[in-house]
Design a protein around this ligand. Sequence first.
Ligand code: NAD
Length: 475
Amino acid sequence: MSNYPQLKLYIGGEWKTADGAPVLNPNDESVLGIVPHATRSDLDNALAAAEEGFKLWSRTAPAKRAEIILKATSIMRGRIEEMAVAMTLEQGKPIAQSRLEILRGCEIIEWDAQEGRRVYGRIIPSEPGMRHSVLRQPIGVVAAFSPWNFPMSSPARKVGGALSAGCSIILKASEETPAGAVQLVQAFHDAGLPAGVLNLVFGKPSDISEYLIPQPSVRLVTFTGSVPVGKHLSSLAGAHMKPAIMELGGHSPVFVCDDIDPVSTAAKSAIGKSRNAGQVCVSPTRFFVPDAIYDQFTEAFAEKAAAMKVGDGMDPANQMGPLANERRIEAMEMFVADAKSKGAKIAAGGTRIGNRGYHFPLTVVADIPDDARAMREEPFGPLALISRVRSLDEAIEKANSVPYGLAAYAFTNSARNAEQLAESVEVGNLSINHFVASAAETPFGGVKDSGFGREGGVEGLQYYTVTKNVSHLTA
Ligand code: NAD
């Protein structure tokens, strides 16, 4: 297909083709291209290139680094249409959401590039003749693993952080949605990034992570994906004494308080839930709603969900595209059947649409019991679970009862409720009266099984540096 790019590995500043596996369009299951798989010798070459790249890039002035990085994002901004088309073809999200993802990816990289000029150390006062200088130096070669749900903005987080801090990086992007990373890397190549600073590989994920993480030159591991894989990769990193950033799954609660308008909040909730068909680690999932507004909220949510247009993401009239792969359809069917068998009511959606392409409607599951599997396991799809509660205390207790702790949302006009939520909800990100979990300038990440480390903000960049104290006796 001509509007889908040719997929290649990028090692030591050169593009390379190889045999690999087909990439499917989730809208109709047609083959878009072949994603090349790196061999062991490709990985060795990428490691050698990244080591050389690090020597050069870590000694490049921060202002020069920022200039090259910003040139790359300016190139990406000029290619937004072709990038958005490729993203919708391979991942399924509506074309308008693909455009937004590319803009957001650029914003993330641009913020990091500017902040990379302000990675300051400090001088600590001491006795006369002694000077303590705290240096913050780039950590080294980064091994990064990005998932299929955000083909461009997830690689952007990792590439932006690493390059802005002066590190080199080997990115293993998703084999199911590889074009976003290929196009991002192409922009850096075209911007004149020196060879070896940024390398891109694909392959069997476990083969690549298990080979790269133990390598002595790899100094930081960053992974976005599921909790089980995150636990495996963080143990591997730990066994080799490597620090890691783990952005894992979530199971976001939404606290719908009784002091707000349930109908307009339900409308906002349906839009929030439909984003990327719910395949988002911060997707709003468990809606805790008090008795007083429960029926109004649920009816309005179901009405909005039923009216939502689902179909080919290339058609701008569609508000929700297909799910990204067959595994998600199987998961939605399992969660819905389990919830029904335990007494939940399907207020909207609930069954697959058609049998070619992975289309599933926005599904509202009302009166969901606490023991339904979807209430404890991350659905990672378009399921909105509505749970009736008697008080905010009860909602908070239920919200905190799962092992996840990534994002939470609340709708309230009460300062007292807001304060109670900020103090007691166990998450890394709480958004009150809106559904945006993070911005380029704010730290993003989880607690508990949702992982550790932060991406974005001043905090995010720190993970790509090491602190060195130099104490100098001059007298
Ligand atoms: P999965 O657990 O098989 O894979 C999750 C991700 O990890 C994929 O991108 C995959 O390529 C990668 N991966 C798997 N094994 C790996 C390994 N050994 N080394 C390196 N990378 C590896 O699940 P899946 O079916 O692809 O995705 C579904 C689940 O993944 C969801 O339930 C969700 O929890 C999670 N997920 C989370 C995010 C996120 O943004 N945090 C993104 C995508 C998927």
